[in-house]
Write a protein that binds this ligand. Structure first.
Ligand code: 3HC
Length: 303
């Protein structure tokens, strides 16, 4: 049965904190069957355990009937290849913030799914136009009817972490994106219970063009010894009413993700104001990636 957004099922690529969150709101709020793909079985197991925990919490709180939670959980099926996604109406890619990885995935998706399927990316900063161009198959011209059709179904659908809680989706059309693609993506985000804003395809869009320099500047304050970690975070929490300080937020997003976004801003604008903090680079060199692997600006012993 087609749902309000017209999608009978979707595919989610990546079962990390973003992909899992997107699968969760798709199954629970939009009530759409989800095929979840991740090349790491460990990541899938971790993701599904988190989904069970979130559903359980919502049932205990009375926010969800247990029968509805069971139905939502049954809407999520794990698949082990991109070929298994060939019949979905839309895919949402939420893998690491790496252009080459995304290009390889979009090229394969375009070769596997029919031209009617929408290919959304949850990229935080990478050009949607560039990702859309990677759907062109070898020898296919961007100016041909097939070339235009394949790229016109790519759109940026930017969710925020934690996806079940944050109310926003930022919609980003690439140069090639069709109005039909935008419309379906918007309807889907609304069905997931989100409010939608739209930004142009510039590095970082609106959200990360504002957030990442803020986080980067906080890391530079720490690097220069202007204040301690705790005082920097306390300043923003108590002085500006932010729910968490910028250093804690960086840990929560993932320091590798923060660095990748800051590098996209720096390279994409050639503006020195976006230079990533050396301390951020060194922490990623040290594999201190934040909450997800136990060490960032803070320690997370149970990660
Ligand atoms: N997954 C799902 N739900 C979560 C969660 C998670 N990882 N973490 C917390 N929650 C839920 C809790 O279960 C709780 O739900 P309930 O009200 O139904 O019980 C609710 O969030 C509040 O949690 P807590 O009471 O434990 O903690 P807080 O009141 O401190 O809130 C927070 C936690 C919502 C994460 C809050 O600290 C916050 O808003 N932080 C800022 C988040 C933020 O800025 N996100 C954007 C990051 S940028 C981004 O994602 C873009 C990307 O491109 C980089």
């Amino acid at each position: 049965m087609a749902l309000a957004h017209g999608l009978k099922s979707i595919g989610v690529l990546g079962a990390g904190q973003m992909g899992l969150g997107i699968a969760f709101v798709s199954a629970v709020r939009a009530k759409v069957p989800v095929l979840l793909y991740d090349k790491s079985k460990d990541q899938v197991a971790k993701g599904l355990a988190l989904m069970d925990k979130l559903l359980d919490k919502d049932v205990k709180k009375g926010a969800l009937q247990s029968a509805d939670a069971k139905e939502a959980r049954e809407r999520v099926t794990v698949v082990d290849s991109l070929t298994a996604l060939r019949d979905v109406g839309m895919t949402v890619e939420a893998v690491s913030e790496n252009l080459q990885l995304k290009q390889a995935i979009f090229s394969e998706l375009a070769a596997t799914l029919p031209p009617s399927a929408i290919l959304a990316t949850n990229t935080s900063s990478i050009s949607v136009t560039k990702i859309a161009a990677s759907t062109l198959q070898p020898g296919q011209s961007a100016a041909s009817e097939e070339g235009k059709a394949t790229a016109s179904r790519v759109v940026g659908l930017h969710f925020f972490n934690p996806v079940p809680v944050m109310k926003l989706v930022e919609l980003i059309p690439g140069l090639q994106t069709s109005s039909e693609t935008l419309q379906t993506a918007r309807s889907f985000a609304l069905a997931c219970g989100k409010e939608v804003t739209m930004s142009k395809d510039v590095p970082g869009f609106v959200s990360n063009a504002l957030l990442m320099p803020f986080i980067n500047e906080a890391i530079m304050c720490l690097e220069k010894g202007i204040a301690t970690r705790d005082d920097i975070d306390k300043t923003l929490k108590l002085g500006m009413n932010h729910p968490m300080g910028p250093l804690q937020l960086a840990d929560f997003i993932g320091l590798d993700t923060c660095l990748a976004i800051q590098q996209t801003l720096y390279q994409g604008t050639a503006d020195s104001k976006y230079r990533p903090s050396v301390l951020l680079e060194r922490m990623v060199d040290a594999q201190w990636l934040g909450k997800k692997n136990g060490k960032g600006f803070y320690d997370y012993p149970s990660a």
